[in-house]
Write a protein that binds this ligand. Structure first.
Ligand code: ATP
Ligand code: MG
Length: 573
């Protein structure tokens, strides 16, 4: 392929809207173009890289025995009403009406459609297990689309769904997908870490996310260096922190004036105690019913964990009016004498001598003991605070560390959540109707591509692994008007192509510096310079983008040298 025929436009400066390296570099390298917020076009160059990720995903799905299908992106709302998710998806699901006034949705995911499809296909246990997958566009009206392909409104996902006769059988299907994911991300040249993930309202340790570690990642990952426990901050657990009673006063409870103090810090200042001696009291509406959560003043309530504990669908912070009705005025609320269920984080369990809101504007109660005070009724002691670095590992007690990660994939045991609602059954060996057991497995294909760039770049540009690079080799023809050099570039292109190496010849009439900069920016793994200078030394100059190594190679030896280098540097599972 010739540069001059491939519609490549690189940009000198960082586009203003791009915040993270991979987004900047993919725009500057001319792989991606923005059309509107959260909507991007792939250029011929970008599409080549995307297709390579898709190919790896497809090969590994096929190898794991999954069957490729293609479901419609446009879906009737009735399927979402059957599953009960029509309301739950809220504004993140795009809805539209067709000319017959039927409400349709643009699929944010396909559990409903695939369950409906499979119930029509499967009738007997003999057809199970069965895993199907597709690589398809998804639509989500994200609150904050950002970072280019990382969080887009329209993106490409590989979504797979397994159907099994039993939970045990479903475990095997889950493991097969998990193993395929490990291979996929390795082959893409990614360092990805599986972590325990939040399962929403389904519960259990039945979900893993695959995280690409990168400082720009939107997710926090708690990691235990001692026992290798790893979990998304959304769900990470911890052992109860040790409690120091040495400075706790045994004085009786007292009401103190804290005028104007509404935040933890303001209350602490007014009372004259450290923030961790304040109990942070929060009223939430769980499916509309008020509940209170208590965490230490220096901790954050983790809404994901709290929702999971309560087993509710909707959880939202109560508005001032509901808060006042359930407890007291915003900023001065506390658990004393309440009728609503109060859930206290285990970080408070041993705590003595605490300050709580008095449920009266401008007052707090000091020297409160949550465990002993009869008028503080705790419905449950639970782990509902956000785990932070230094908290104790739930398995071994060692201090946890935190890193940032990009979620590129998610594997999930669904059980019969959807198959029950859709009556997706099969006949077992005894001729009895049984409900199929399901799993679902997503990979953000477009997000994965950008994650590869986010983990592989330097100050000059992207450093694509050879498995994902849009072209594995760029041949910089320094002077296209030099017949000898042009002829050699032609031959190199033909020979490399015949050897199965994707090759782009930079045949532009440009200064060498411009060509070198663009090659580094776009990030081709190998660069071959064909110019009079190197030719006079008996060869062409070969540069390895990842290592920076340069060598002069005789034209006759180039194909074998390159195919060997490419082979050596191909990331393997
Ligand atoms: P996130 O927590 O990042 O919003 P999610 O939990 O909503 O992700 P899933 O519904 O599990 O994601 O979707 C499967 C995969 O699709 C994710 O692992 C991610 O790689 C990708 N993905 C999800 N939302 C987006 C998006 N808005 N843009 C690009 N990729 C996405
Ligand atoms: Mg999401």
């Amino acid at each position: 392929m010739r540069w001059t025929k491939f519609l490549i436009t690189t940009l000198r400066d960082d586009p203003k809207e791009a915040e993270i390296a991979s987004h900047k570099l993919m725009l500057r390298g001319g792989l991606l173009r923005k059309i509107a917020g959260g909507l991007y076009s792939f250029t011929p160059l970008g599409l080549r890289a995307l297709k390579k990720v898709e190919k790896i995903v497809r090969e590994e799905m096929d190898a794991a025995g999954a069957l490729e299908i293609l479901l419609p992106a446009l879906q009737p709302i009735e399927l979402w009403e059957t599953s009960g998710r029509a309301g739950q998806m809220g504004k993140s699901m795009f809805r539209l009406t067709d000319r017959g006034d039927h409400t349709m949705v643009l699929g944010p995911t396909h559990e409903e459609v695939v369950t409906d499809y499979m119930l029509g296909e499967v009738s007997s246990y003999r057809q199970l297990p069965c895993t199907v997958y597709q690589i398809q566009t998804k639509f989500r009206d994200e609150i904050r689309p950002r970072f280019g392909l990382m969080r887009a409104k329209e993106f490409i996902m590989k979504d797979a769904y397994s159907f099994d006769v039993s939970l045990d059988a479903a475990d095997k299907s889950y493991q097969a997908m998990y193993d395929a994911y490990v291979r996929i991300f390795k082959r893409c040249g990614l360092r990805a870490q599986p972590v325990e993930a939040d399962t929403g309202t389904i519960g259990g340790n039945h979900s893993h996310e695959f995280m690409v570690l990168a400082p720009s990642g939107e997710d926090g990952i708690l990691y235990c260096p001692a026992c290798h426990y790893a979990a998304n901050q959304e769900r990470a657990e911890r052992q109860a922190p040790a409690c120091d009673h040495s400075t706790a006063s045994a004085e009786p409870r007292a009401k103190v004036a804290t005028p104007g103090a509404h935040t933890v810090d303001e209350a602490a200042a007014a009372i004259g105690c450290p923030p961790d001696q304040i109990v942070k009291s929060l009223v939430y509406l769980a499916d509309g019913k008020p509940v209170m959560a208590l965490v230490r003043g220096n901790a954050d309530l983790n809404e994901c964990k709290f929702r999971r504990l309560l087993g509710c669908t909707f959880l939202e912070m109560a508005d001032p009016e509901s808060t006042a009705k359930a407890a007291g005025p915003f900023g001065s609320i506390g658990p004393i004498g309440l009728d609503i269920p109060v859930y206290a984080d285990l970080g408070l369990k041993e705590a003595r001598d605490m300050a709580v809101g008095a449920n009266e504007e401008g007052y707090h109660i000091v020297h409160a003991n949550l465990m002993d005070d009869a008028d503080i009724r705790i419905a449950e002691w639970c782990d509902i605070a956000t785990v932070v670095a230094g908290d104790r590992c739930p398995h071994c007690g060692a201090p946890l560390t935190i890193e940032r990660g990009i979620e590129v994939g998610h594997v999930f045991k669904l059980g019969t959540k959807y198959t029950e609602k859709f009556h997706a059954t099969y006949l077992d060996e005894g001729g009895r109707n049984q409900t199929m057991v399901m799993g679902c497995y997503g990979i953000g294909v477009t997000r994965t591509l950008q994650a590869v760039a986010e983990q592989n770049f330097d100050e000059h540009g992207i450093r694509w692994p050879v498995s994902v690079a849009p072209f594995q080799v760029v041949v910089d023809l320094l002077d296209p008007s030099d017949a000898a050099c042009a002829g050699l570039a032609d031959k190199i292109e033909a020979d490399l192509t015949a050897a199965g190496v994707d090759t782009l010849v930079d045949d532009r009439v440009e200064r060498p510096g411009v060509k070198f900069k663009d090659a580094d920016l776009i990030g081709f793994p190998f660069r071959v310079v064909v110019g009079a200078k190197a030719l006079s030394k008996g060869g062409v100059e070969l540069k390895n983008r990842a290592t920076g190594e340069m060598q002069i190679v005789a034209p006759d030896a180039l194909v074998s040298t390159l195919t060997q280098l490419i082979h050596q540097s191909t990331p393997r599972a």
